[in-house]
Design a protein around this ligand. Structure first.
Ligand SMILES: Cc1cc2nc3c(=O)[nH]c(=O)nc-3n(C[C@H](O)[C@H](O)[C@H](O)COP(=O)(O)OP(=O)(O)OC[C@H]3O[C@@H](n4cnc5c(N)ncnc54)[C@H](O)[C@@H]3O)c2cc1C
Length: 448
């Protein structure tokens, strides 16, 4: 049996004070480690946000659970906006509401900036040091030394008992690992990019239903909108980079406005800064990144640095926060036995990171295409009914991913099986009429 022994105070370096690095720092300082973070950017808390864009994220069960464990959740509960389901806007502006789960099961819109700022503040209050304008250039993996460009532009070397790369999708820490033998690495871009656009408050009120994630599914492209505390919405347009309606083809003001008014007729009039937003806000790519191992000697990757995914399941940050919770659990179990901790961490998390990568790609199809399909609505109703009658046996995939801690790999495997069963159920040509009279018991039996 392993004893959770923690020897003399150990010093841990985290590269990146993003969402995951800052939360992990809170966990680690609470355990008594000496934690120093090096962050490339300047301190966002010192920058004015006047007129700045609000960017939000969907925080769900896995992320909230980690925040709860560190005691940081209370600050957010009051500013989170619960979203009970998807509000689908069809091409004629007709609305359909699809609940995400049972009553009380919501995902939550939070400001990315506020969340990051608060996590940094709590980490510092509890004893972590954060060095801003300090960019990691490289890691000497053999000697556990991080080479950092300090704010004056000079390279400095810092040694640690453990180095954690929480420096996001284009991680420098990972780059150092890529130079080592037998390091697997893959990245793939979807043909779509994204652009954030705003929908300001109308006469001091939300322009649309506040407690929903709004979706305008249009096949090859889609628009989504999440509510902000200032009663605006942040909209994100997902569009192919190239082709007929694409970021490449939409260049002139008239084309942009015509595309929006034609494609998203109820949203366009509410997006009063559309022209300016579209022309000035960046268009960004969407990448999935997988790599292995995540550990070399005493350096480990976590969050997007280890597993960046496309945003269509709203799980990237949630998965990164879950990484922190699992890592903390391993510290409880193995004390300072780093070899065991790091190995167990990568072994247990890698299959789950791979699974949520696949789930996120699958969900893009569901969001941009299927949610607009009336048969899909019936399918969701049948699944909700199955879950109501057989709450243990039939948990819909979305529920497993979003409202539970069930490992992502299990959610993917069981989800695929249930999808097959549901495909079969949906072949009934009379399903729209008959769905309430289905033999639900025999459907559930097909799982085993
Ligand atoms: C459009 C979009 C929407 C999303 N929506 C959601 C959502 O609704 N829900 C959800 O759960 N997830 C969402 N995500 C995913 C989420 O943003 C990421 O999973 C999350 O930010 C990962 O956190 P991180 O700390 O690992 O990386 P990051 O947030 O990228 O933070 C990395 C930090 O490291 C710093 N850094 C980078 N390089 C260096 C260096 N060399 N030296 C020092 N510091 C460095 C960066 O400045 C940054 O502060 C979305 C992503 C996108 C693109």
């Amino acid at each position: 049996m392993h004893l959770a022994v923690k020897s003399s105070q150990q010093n841990i370096i985290i590269i990146g004070a993003g969402l995951v690095g800052s939360l992990l720092a809170v966990y680690l300082v609470k355990k008594g480690y000496e934690v120093t973070i090096y962050e490339r950017r300047s301190d966002m808390r010192l920058q004015q946000n006047a007129g700045g864009r609000s960017i939000n994220l969907a925080l769900s069960h896995r992320g909230l659970r980690a925040l709860e464990e560190t005691g940081v959740d209370q600050q957010f509960r009051s500013i989170m906006i619960p979203m009970k389901g998807r509000m689908i806007h069809d091409a004629d502006g007709k609305l359909t509401f699809q609940p995400y789960g049972k009553e009380g099961q919501t995902i939550n819109s939070v400001s990315r900036r506020k969340l990051n700022e608060e996590l940094m503040t709590v980490a510092q209050q509890k004893g972590a040091q954060i060095h801003f304008n300090s960019k990691c250039l490289e890691i000497n993996l053999q000697q556990s030394i991080a080479i950092i460009e300090d704010p004056t532009g000079n390279p400095i070397e810092v040694k640690a008992d453990l180095i954690i790369g929480a420096d996001g999708a284009f991680s420098r820490v990972r780059k150092s690992m890529e130079k080592t033998e037998r390091f697997d690495y893959s990245q793939s871009y979807v043909p779509h990019g994204y652009k954030e656009l705003s929908m300001p408050a109308q006469n001091g009120e939300f322009a649309m239903e506040k407690n929903a994630l709004h979706i305008w599914p249009r096949g090859q492209y889609m628009l989504i909108a999440l509510p902000n505390n200032d009663k605006s919405f942040t909209c994100t347009l997902f569009l192919p980079f190239e082709g007929l309606s694409s970021f490449q083809s939409l260049q002139k003001e008239a084309e942009i406005m015509s595309f929006f008014h034609h494609t998203f007729p109820d949203a366009a009039p509410l997006m009063t800064e559309l022209k300016q937003d579209f022309l000035t806000n960046p268009t960004s790519p969407l990448v999935s990144i997988a790599c292995y191992p995540w550990v070399r000697q005493r350096t480990v990757l976590i969050g997007d640095a280890a597993h960046a995914i496309v945003p269509f399941y709203g799980q990237g940050m949630n998965a990164g926060f879950e990484d922190c919770r699992i890592f903390n659990g391993l510290l409880d179990k193995y004390g300072d036995d780093w070899e065991n901790i790091l190995n167990q961490f990568q072994k247990s998390r890698k299959p789950n990171a791979d699974a949520i990568k696949d789930l996120a790609l699958q969900n893009f199809v569901e969001m941009r295409d299927l949610v607009a399909d009336p048969k899909f609505l019936i399918r969701k109703k049948i699944e909700a009914k199955l879950n109501e009658i057989y709450p243990q046996q039939w948990i819909p995939e979305y529920t497993m991913v979003t409202f539970t801690d069930i490992p992502y790999s299990q959610a993917l495997e069981e989800g695929n099986l249930k999808n097959k069963i549901m495909d079969e159920v949906m072949t009934d040509p009379q399903i729209k009429k008959n769905w309430e009279n289905l033999d639900f018991g025999s459907i559930v039996q097909k799982i085993s």
